[in-house]
Write a protein that binds this ligand. Structure first.
Ligand code: PGA
Length: 262
């Protein structure tokens, strides 16, 4: 019998770019499946050992950086052998991770409609209208929403939950949204508002440890603050590990004690 060896390339080069061949894609998919199977095995073993060890993977939207790390501190000191990772990304990045089932739990303000999830609200997430303290509207009471149509706004980047909420609010109230500038972080937005560039709608969570509160004020717009919530999510039907279940319980029981300013 003659053994014939067939060598299949895994990548191919077209111009300056390298692409996976069909065999490369198959190998990639097989490795990904194998890794997931191995992780499930590791988690089962960790579950059998209870809270003595294990891994907790959380991803959270950018704006939660004002409270999520503080919340993890007491959990870590209670369970020092648990390996915790917190991935902070914007809403689009989080949905990408959710669709790939990359984490145990997901924290966000605007749950997706297009993915089947179990979403549980656990904390208020009011949206406020932020202005420089010297702004002419700063002393006015009960400003009609339509008046905001005459102002210029600083916006978060596309894919941000804050931005989606803002766009929805202006569209629902049939008010033009004048965007002066797009900025990729809440801190940059607050600095720009303090510098008198424009106004912003921003989660109140971002105002707790402020740069310089004296330079900023929240406007008394009718219907504001817009009451929203922070949600903890998981794909529908996902079996949570013992560690993730425990963290969920910890979140429900301690959130108001650990972040009293909200
Ligand atoms: P963001 O999300 O940090 O992506 O803007 C905030 C939110 O969902 O409310």
């Amino acid at each position: 019998m003659v053994l014939k060896l067939v060598i299949l390339p895994l990548v191919e080069q077209i111009g300056k770019k390298v692409f996976l061949t069909q065999a490369g894609h198959e190998l990639n998919a097989t490795c990904a499946e194998w890794l997931q199977t191995w992780e499930r095995f590791e988690q089962t073993i960790a579950d059998l050992k209870g809270m003595q060890q294990g891994r907790l993977r959380i991803s959270a939207v950018t704006t939660t950086k004002y409270f999520m790390p503080r919340l993890l501190g007491p959990f870590c000191s209670q369970f020092p052998n648990i390996d915790i990772s917190l991935e902070v990304v914007n809403r689009d990045g989080l949905l990408e991770r959710l669709s790939r089932n990359q984490d145990d739990l997901y924290i966000m303000g605007v749950p997706p409609e297009e993915i089947d999830v179990e979403a549980e609200p656990f904390l208020d997430n009011p949206l406020v209208a932020l202005a420089p303290a010297s702004h002419p509207l700063a002393k006015q009471k009960r400003i009609p929403f339509k008046r905001l149509g005459q102002e210029k706004f600083l916006m978060r980047e596309r894919g941000s939950g804050t931005r989606i909420t803002m766009e929805r609010l202006f569209a629902e109230r049939d008010t033009p949204l004048n965007i002066l500038m797009e900025l990729g972080s809440n801190e940059a937005i607050k600095q720009a508002v303090a510098g008198g560039l424009g106004l912003a709608l921003i989660s109140q969570s971002t105002l707790s440890m402020d740069v310089n509160r004296k330079e900023l004020t929240t406007l008394d717009v009718v219907g504001f603050p817009v009451m929203r919530a922070w949600y903890v999510l998981r794909p529908k039907g996902k079996q949570l590990s013992v560690v993730a279940e425990y963290f969920l319980q910890f979140l429900r029981e301690n959130i108001r004690l650990l972040v009293p300013q909200f």
